[in-house]
Design a protein around this ligand. Structure first.
Ligand code: CP
Length: 292
């Protein structure tokens, strides 16, 4: 039984093994393979989610687990109950694993030392979003086969992005060149990646756009959506300059016509909806690893 708190501390072999197992689940001819029947998994979302929450639920059901969905908005968190007491409550009821999304940074690492069942990070603050990066890398691997030597440009709000961090730490282990492109006030100086211009970023094999995370911004981090789009957005005009073999990615949700133009979301070179599709087998592999 193993937690997945992040990719920074996961070995290359463990990452590859999860990707291989995801491919195994994707190849199954039937939707439900109840290999984990009798196990209980709680999805505990203390922050909003559509993709992560529902793809975890689909993954859990496809493996035959019993699923409990906890939503902070309609729970005793509203009466002031702490995150620890909430998770401990579900643990005491007999869950076998917990999927958890949290806003504050650092809480998950502490929880993992106090909770006995495996915890899977579904996004914690701007720290890590390991299953998002795994599904991103799985999508790249399906496209390119070998990842070593590829260049991935991650463009946008790096400062607030747990997706950028998890991708950086995992992709570097796999021999991928990661480059960042960000407005000066959205740079994360502590991360070990070179910053390049938007024009340079368009030459990459993977153009990964990030959502401008307005909910995490101090006032006035962007002057206007129009100006952001003009300086850092993947516009239709810029997309004409990407390589024919390159792919466009975005973890979503998308601010259409801010970080990416509406017309590009389902462009032939976009893998945005395939990313969401790939989230299910990847999360099946992660749940299986936790409960195995
Ligand atoms: N990509 C992602 O984490 O989306 P949700 O916030 O909808 O889960």
């Amino acid at each position: 039984q193993r937690s997945l708190l992040g990719l920074k501390d996961l070995s290359k072999d463990e990452i590859v093994s999860l990707l291989d197992r995801a491919a195994h689940w994707e190849a199954q001819p039937v939707k439900v393979n109840p290999v984990l029947q009798g196990k209980f998994v709680a999805n505990m979302f203390f922050e909003n989610s559509t993709r992560t929450r529902f793809s975890f639920e689909v993954a859990e059901k496809r493996l035959g687990t019993e699923v409990l969905n906890f939503s902070a908005a309609v729970s005793s968190v509203q009466k002031g109950e702490s995150i620890y007491d909430t998770v401990r409550t579900l643990e005491s009821m007999g869950i076998d694993a917990g999927v958890i999304r949290l806003k504050p940074i650092g809480v998950l690492a502490d929880l993992a030392t106090r909770i006995k069942v495996p915890l899977i990070n579904a996004g914690d603050g701007n720290n890590e979003h390991p299953t998002q990066a795994l599904l991103d890398i799985y999508t790249m691997r399906k496209q390119f086969g070998e990842l070593k030597g590829l260049t991935v440009a991650i463009i946008g709000d790096i400062l607030h992005s747990r997706v950028a961090r998890s991708n950086l730490w995992a992709l570097q282990k796999l021999g991928v060149n990661v480059r960042f492109c960000a407005p000066p006030n959205m740079v994360a100086t502590e991360l070990d990646a070179a910053y390049i211009s938007i024009e340079e970023a368009l030459k990459a094999d993977v153009i990964m756009m990030l959502r401008v995370q307005l909910e995490r911004h101090e006032n006035g981090m962007i002057k206007s959506a129009e100006e952001y789009r003009e300086q850092y957005g993947l516009t239709v005009e810029r997309a004409k300059r990407i390589a024919p073999h390159a792919i466009i990615m975005h973890p979503a949700p998308i601010n259409r016509n801010v970080e990416i133009d509406d017309e590009l979301v389902e462009h032939p070179q976009s893998r945005i909806f395939p990313q969401m599709e790939n989230g299910v087998p990847v999360r099946m592999a992660v749940i299986e690893r936790a409960l195995g």
